[in-house]
Design a binder for this molecule. Structure first.
Ligand SMILES: Nc1ncnc2c1ncn2[C@@H]1O[C@H](COP(=O)(O)OP(=O)(O)OP(=O)(O)O)[C@@H](O)[C@H]1O
Length: 507
């Protein structure tokens, strides 16, 4: 037993060795220490599993290799030594293959949607870095006195939104300006416009929603900065004055544009009222139907691209609608209002059975995950499990239904009014959310010509977004699948957008 464990000693060389092509190998010299050297796993050829080396060399490895290739005699003292060496090599290499396979599978799992690895890097590296950098640049030290509040723009369940501006250094704001939104708008000293959201004080859950919205804005500003309004930070009001309540939280964004998509859609000239903004000029050589179709396609492409970016990070917006899509002066469509968003990589803002939805854009399943999904475990565990959750439930398809409704509204004029949309939703429910059936049975005679262009590619996309979920929560196109749909492939809207950028850059 002990002898088989002894280190093999190289044999003395004999130049006359007939069997070996290697001059230092002799068949006659057998050191005693190697006489009993019998590597256990290579006693019998027959009982051995086929190894990777066998597969590669196409021979019984290592015996055939030693005798045929190296021309080594079985009686050579080196034979068992090399045989043992090769067997060890084989064992290690098969272990290495196993390790490689494991590493490969782990890589696939950790990088699968929603990205456990990149999420961990974001949480433990990028987020602290962003915080440090923002503090250094003074971005996290916003104060109430940095802003003047102007016209009220809207009110949601937990906040009131105002237009406002940054007070430049060395400017003292007189009370009459503070009191009048009109005066503020006309005052040339305030050039940097902002949007301020006052989190309601004393409303149950409002503070929590405000904190979530802040968290989501920092998160998307790292993961998909071009897709959402630029977030400037938050501050706590330090006194009671005008709209400020001492202790109340305010969130601040850069002002991205005068109007959102809903404002443009309310205008009778939609979508042509967006032509110059989107393409920089009137699209030449096309009839109005084709121009309309190209504008809608460009808007839809931007919405779906932004959705793809946020879904890739595990975020589902849950409130996609024209009023939450701001149109910038450069024709970019940006997502706003992340108050209802949920990050399903770590279970942030996910409460089972809680729907925070606009019924006009909400998919039939009502919830982003099946109702029986339990409360998320602690964040690191939720993150590890998230690829499985994502694969089983495809929560991103929630937003894709809403995107489908926005497409229908943009393309079909009589669905743009509140009443038209309500009626459409009621009819859709009546036909089990089957858009083809709706088309067959509706008596409203919708104008679907924009969707029917180019062999009905737009219509086909709409039917694949507005649908009930099927097996395993699928049944609708994801954002990345939608971008591969023929509607978007070879879309003339892209060419027009690029051409407009090129011609604008000339001036
Ligand atoms: N960054 C921004 N730039 C320009 N306009 C904005 C911006 N953020 C918000 N707005 C405008 O303010 C309106 C209200 O914003 P937001 O949707 O975030 O508020 P809300 O209180 O949640 O309202 P709701 O619940 O009704 O959607 C938007 O519809 C948009 O017109």
């Amino acid at each position: 037993m002990a002898s088989s464990l002894l280190p093999p000693t190289p044999a003395p060389t004999t130049p006359n060795n007939k069997h070996s092509t290697l001059p230092w190998i002799t068949s006659s010299s057998k050191p005693t220490s190697l006489i009993h050297f019998n590597p256990p796993s290579y006693k019998s050829k027959r009982n051995r599993p086929t190894s990777c080396c066998n597969a590669i060399l196409g021979t019984e490895f290592p015996e055939d290799f030693l005798t045929n290739t190296l021309h080594l005699d079985e009686s050579s003292p080196l034979f068992p030594v090399l045989q043992y060496g090769f067997s060890q090599f084989e064992e290690t290499s098969s272990t290495n293959w196993g390790v490689l396979l494991l590493l490969g599978l782990s890589w696939v799992y950790l990088t699968a949607r929603p990205g456990v690895l990149i999420g961990a890097i974001d949480t433990y590296v990028f987020a602290p870095l962003q915080q440090g950098l923002d503090s250094l640049l003074g971005r996290r030290n916003l104060k109430m006195s940095d802003f003047v509040v102007g016209e009220r723009l809207g009110e949601g369940s937990f906040g009131v939104v105002y237009a406002g501006a940054i007070v430049p250094k060395n400017v003292i704001v007189e009370d009459r300006i503070k009191k009048s939104a009109r005066r503020l708008q006309m005052d040339g000293r305030f050039k940097e416009k902002v949007i301020l959201k006052k989190v309601k004080v004393g409303i149950i859950g409002a503070e929590e929603c405000g904190d979530y919205e802040e968290w989501f804005n920092y998160r998307v500003s790292r993961a998909a900065p071009d897709s959402c309004a630029e977030f400037l930070g938050s501050f706590i009001a330090d006194e009671n004055s005008m709209q400020f309540t001492k202790g109340g939280k305010w969130l601040v964004w850069k002002f991205e544009g005068d109007r959102d998509l809903a404002d443009y859609m309310n205008d009778r000239s939609f979508p042509l009222n967006l032509e110059k903004i989107m393409f920089g000029q009137t699209l030449q050589g096309l009839d109005s139907v084709k121009r309309n179709a190209l504008i809608i396609k460009q808007i839809m492409r931007q919405i779906v691209t932004s959705l793809k970016k946020i879904h890739d990070t595990g975020i589902v917006h849950r409130d996609i609608k024209p009023a939450n899509l701001v149109v910038t002066r450069k024709g970019q469509i940006k997502l706003i209002d992340f108050g209802a968003a949920t990050d399903l990589r770590i279970g942030k803002n996910y409460v089972p059975n809680r729907g925070l939805l606009d019924p006009d854009y909400c998919p039939p399943e009502l919830y982003v995950l099946p109702e029986e999904t339990p409360t998320p475990p602690p964040e690191p565990i939720a993150a590890i499990l998230s690829p499985i959750l994502w694969q089983l439930n495809s929560p991103d398809l929630f937003d894709m239904y809403s995107a489908g409704i926005v497409l229908m509204q943009m393309a079909v004029p009589n669905l743009r009014s509140a009443a038209g949309l309500k009626n459409f939703n009621t009819q859709l429910k009546g036909v089990g959310y089957d858009l083809k059936k709706w088309r067959e049975f509706t008596r409203t005679k919708p104008d679907l010509s924009l969707l029917d262009l180019d062999y009905g590619r737009g219509w086909d996309l709409a039917t694949k977004l507005i649908a009930k979920r099927g097996i395993l929560g699928k049944g609708r196109l994801s954002a990345s699948a939608a971008l591969r749909h023929p509607y978007f492939l070879l879309g003339g809207d892209q060419a027009a957008a690029i051409l407009s950028k090129l011609s604008l850059s000339k001036y």
